[in-house]
Design a protein around this ligand. Structure first.
Ligand code: AMP
Length: 210
């Protein structure tokens, strides 16, 4: 199997897919958003920048990511939320060259904007294991209201999951992240999944990585 990069607009289900693939196939999920949220606990300016929905500077993102990549050795991994710009993708190509690793496959989750905006306001996450739930989608409801199925932690809403911040994140995505689709298409490594259903998305992704 190959390493996976997930590209998708905000709230398209990157975290949910990454979590299912890691449970079923043993991938290590690497989310730059989660890494930055951990750092932001002790860094107020980073917390404010993330709350506004802006992308974070490359130095901060790469130092968090490279630290994880160095830790995991040769394990298979899924990148969720990275790269976010063509510039980051080019820098990541250099990191891979240095580590003598393959890029793997890039999965693009194509979900319409009206579906995304209604998801952000219904998303809840576990602060411990980072698993995502939805108060609107019966397939993603926690078994016990408000608690994580896996760690029984109280679920929380992400600070940037408001409609206002969603607009900013979505605009950042259109301007800076969407050009990555052509970048990876030209490299011949991009596959697209058009589905809004978590189970169907997982089944399609499983076929693609075999
Ligand atoms: P996510 O959890 O992927 O939705 O990311 C949440 C927030 O973290 C984003 O809105 C950005 O502020 C920041 N972030 C995550 N990954 C990156 C990245 N690769 N480059 C820059 N900022 C990022």
């Amino acid at each position: 199997m190959k390493n996976i990069i997930l590209i998708a607009p905000p709230a398209a289900g990157k975290g949910t897919l990454s979590n299912s693939l890691s449970i079923c196939y043993g991938y290590l999920p690497l989310s730059t958003g989660d890494m930055l949220r951990e750092k932001a606990k002790n860094d107020e300016s980073l917390r404010e920048a993330m709350k506004s929905g802006m992308l974070i500077d490359d130095n901060t993102v790469f130092s968090a990511l490279e630290e994880q990549l160095n830790k995991i050795g040769d394990s298979l991994y899924i990148l969720d939320g990275f790269p976010r710009t063509v510039e980051q993708a080019k820098m990541y190509d250099e990191v891979l060259n240095k580590l003598n690793r393959d890029l793997g496959v890039v999965i693009y989750l194509d979900v319409p904007k009206d579906e995304l905006s209604s998801r952000v306001t219904s998303r809840l996450v576990c602060p411990k294991c980072k698993r995502s739930y939805s108060t609107r989608n019966k397939d993603l409801l926690p078994k016990v209201d408000g608690l994580c199925d896996d760690c029984q932690e109280v679920l929380i809403q992400r600070q940037d999951d408001s409609l206002e911040t969603f607009e900013q994140r979505y605009n950042e995505y259109l301007e800076k992240t969407q050009p990555l689709i052509d970048y990876y298409k030209n490299k011949g490594v991009l596959v697209t999944i058009n589905s809004s259903l978590p189970d169907e998305t997982f089944n399609l992704a499983s076929e693609l990585i075999k």
